[in-house]
Design a protein around this ligand. Structure first.
Ligand code: GLC
Length: 718
């Protein structure tokens, strides 16, 4: 083992000869060291690291995974999995995010940079033991020091590099569904949004738009004159976002297939033949995204669609999902044939069923194909978790080459640490279950800890049928997530706002309008988090140090000023909320009509009607609120409202930029520094404009600790 110091707080321990995953962007200088801080290490069949936790230690992290924000009590496997049943017993979801923070007697972070399977047993097998096991003995382990969990996360975000920023329009509401079968269906959806005056920025094209599910093709029958169609929809105010899948259909004369074969860009089996497994189109080959040439080749194919006016994509099935291989299919059929004349008892009947179930995403299949990494053949199983990451990297690098400096919308299903530099993620095939709103809430800060900021779940749930109440409560939470998309599966109940009754449509419309009014704050907080390597959603304990705040998992902090207490239970008319300090509560029915109440530090039951969104503004903090419009480009935020709860002094930096280019990376952005200070009788505002030419008026609504509202106005830009 070798140790390298990356900076004062991070040491990398290298075991064997690990593959470069590009997760971490810093390298370090070698140290002399013969032990790894904190861990007891064992190298038998697997390499394992163990640590004894104190009773009250909390373990944060693991990004996209089941259970709570505190991961203690669970066992988790980092192995990107196409598993649509997100029940609490599932050890793996679509992402592999091997970063944890131990917050207790010791405080430290661990990043296990291992592209194969890693198991995190966090007090499951033994209540106090944290044990990390990796099958591969070639691995980098990073130990991150810091004074608090929050600081450790910041150190981690520093070494993995700056997070992706989507275009500003991608902060608008987005409507999706698998089964918008043709241009007509999409046009109808667009028209309904306009008719109902519900803001919306994007409509999604699921696999329905492709010809026989082939990447970069268009079904000309269902979507004739695609380029004009994209433009027509854009003229109506919406962008179309097509899906791209990892598998490439095996079909003669299909250019992507032919080229991939000819250039040797597909993954191969042990005999050097292109690996075959089925996904949506049937049998496919799989681009070798770990091969840099293949990556560039596939990435530039996105041009086929950008040339038609497309400005955003979602990459799917990139764990990669394998429905079956010839091997699995043959085995299942043979077992079935042999069983035909048998008297199947419970064991053999289940074994037969399992043969068919295990045809999909089978480990044996993952072990049967290879990547060509810099001329070396590497078995897929060893680098499994890098596949979706590199598909998305391929897209991001391709898009950059296609149109340099333009921000595209891009997010992926599978992911690994480091992919956050290229795109966002959505949390995959959840269900229309109340439990999944809560899982969504808890997962958000964990994903932020792993670098992913542009995130969101399928609002309303993907599988199963949603009722109006579930979609309402879910929308009332999702309106705060950077990716705000309602998506559902083919065959399930439609869940667009207008697919329900009029009341529900009205409530959803108000919630979506609130989202648009909040965009000045949401965008400002998002971009500051990108630039400062901060989180957007935080657990309460990252700001408040009291014991109770450490145990609250169903409330979140959003950026600098807000606390959220979403409703995630059916038929609830309110909920319990814990306030670590006095806060200002704004129950939003319509954001234009504002009424506030002060809620004191402590535990409370808060009534929250089905048509209300609770927003807590923290003490000595402020919220920037604009107005809604039909889409983000139509927002007119010349006048901004500053809603502040001020005991003595509040400060805020309002960030903005062009929302279209990557110029913000070269410091081309604007800020308005706002300070509100209480004097003996009044409030004094200091506003320092650092380059913002758009905002003309700031309307202050300052609420004092007795609940009195002080209204003031400041003019900017002449
Ligand atoms: C996968 C995706 C889902 C999509 C479906 C059809 O299940 O996760 O979002 O709708 O494939 O493309």
């Amino acid at each position: 083992m070798k140790a390298y110091k990356l900076n004062d707080n991070v040491v990398k321990y290298t075991f064997g000869n690990p593959i470069n995953t590009d997760a971490v962007v810093l390298s370090g200088e070698e140290l002399y060291k013969d032990n790894i801080d904190f861990f007891n290490i064992k190298a038998e069949e697997d390499l394992s690291f163990s640590y004894i936790m104190n009773k009250t230690d909390i373990v944060y992290g693991l990004g996209e995974s089941q259970r709570g924000m505190n991961k203690r009590g669970g066992i988790y496997e980092a192995f990107c999995s196409d598993d649509p049943m997100h029940t609490p017993d599932k050890k793996s979801l679509y992402g592999a995010h091997n970063f944890i923070v131990i917050d207790g007697k010791d405080k430290f972070g661990v990043f296990v940079d291992c592209p194969g399977k890693a198991v995190f047993d966090i007090g499951f097998s033994h209540k106090d033991e944290l044990k990390i096991k990796v099958e591969e003995k070639d691995v980098n382990i990073y130990i991150i020091n810091g004074k608090s969990a929050k600081q450790i996360v910041k150190e981690f975000l520093n070494i993995i590099g700056e997070t992706y920023a989507p275009p500003k329009w991608a902060f608008g509401y987005q409507q999706s569904r698998w089964s918008y079968e043709d241009a007509n269906a999409i046009n109808k959806i667009a028209d309904k949004f306009i008719e109902n005056k519900i803001p919306c920025d994007a409509i999604y094209l699921d696999i329905d738009y492709m010809e026989s599910f082939k990447d970069f093709t268009i079904d000309e029958k269902a979507f004739p004159n695609f380029k004009d169609f994209v433009q027509d929809i854009k003229n109506k105010g919406f962008r179309l976002i097509p899906i791209i899948d990892a598998g490439v259909k095996i079909e003669k004369n299909y250019d992507i297939y032919e080229e991939g074969v000819q250039k040797g860009y597909f993954c191969t089996d042990e005999n050097g033949n292109n690996f075959i497994a089925a996904v949506w189109p049937g049998r496919c080959h799989f681009p070798d995204f770990l091969n840099s040439e293949a990556r560039r080749w596939f990435g530039l194919k996105y041009k086929n669609l950008t040339e038609l006016g497309i400005e955003g994509f979602w990459n799917d099935m990139n764990e990669p999902a394998l429905f079956y291989t010839n091997r699995g299919l043959k085995e299942a059929i043979e077992t079935a044939k042999a069983s035909e004349k048998e008297n199947l008892d419970i064991y053999s009947c289940f074994a037969l069923k399992d043969k068919f179930i295990n045809m999909s995403n089978n480990i044996e299949d993952y072990k049967s194909f290879y990547h060509n990494i810099n001329g070396k053949l590497i078995n897929h199983y060893k680098v499994h978790n890098l596949y979706g990451y590199n598909m998305t990297r391929s897209a991001a690098e391709g898009l950059e080459e296609i149109e340099n400096n333009k921000r595209f919308l891009l997010f992926s299903r599978a992911s690994y640490i480091g992919m956050h530099r290229y795109s966002g993620i959505w949390t995959g095939d959840n269900s229309s279950w109340w439990e999944h709103i809560l899982l969504n809430i808890k997962m958000m800060p964990s994903l932020n800890m792993c670098g992913f900021l542009y995130i969101g779940a399928d609002t309303g749930g993907f599988s199963s049928n949603a009722n109006s109440q579930l979609v309402t409560r879910w929308t009332q939470f999702s309106l705060f997530t950077p990716l705000f998309r309602n998506h559902s599966a083919m065959g399930t109940r439609f869940q667009e706002p207008f697919s329900f009754d009029e009341d529900t449509n009205g409530i959803l419309k108000k919630a979506i309008e609130l989202r648009y009014a909040l965009i000045p704050y949401i965008y400002s907080e998002y971009m500051k988090a990108v630039k400062n390597r901060d989180m957007y959603f935080l657990p309460l304990s990252f700001v408040y140090e009291d014991e109770m705040s450490k145990r609250i998992e169903n409330q979140l902090l959003l950026g600098d000023s807000l606390m959220l207490t979403p409703i995630y239970e059916e038929n609830a008319i309110g909920r319990y909320a814990y306030l670590p300090e006095d806060m200002l509560l704004w129950k939003v029915k319509e954001y234009e009509k504002r009424k506030y109440s002060i809620v004191k530090q402590g535990h409370h039951y808060i009534d929250i009607g089905l048509d209300e969104v609770p927003i807590f503004i923290r003490k000595n903090k402020m919220l920037v609120l604009g107005k809604h419009a039909q889409n983000v480009e139509k927002l007119d935020n010349k006048e901004l409202n500053i809603i502040a709860f001020v005991e003595d002094k509040a400060e805020y930096i309002y960030y903005d930029d062009d929302g279209k280019t990557c110029d913000y990376k070269n410091n081309r952005y604007t800020e308005i520094f706002i300070q509100i200070e209480k004097t003996e009788k009044d409030y004094v505002m200091t506003v320092e404009n650092r380059g913002n030419e758009l905002v003309k008026e700031l309307n202050f609504e300052i609420v004092d600790i007795d609940g009195n509202i002080h209204r003031k106005k400041t003019y900017l830009n002449g």
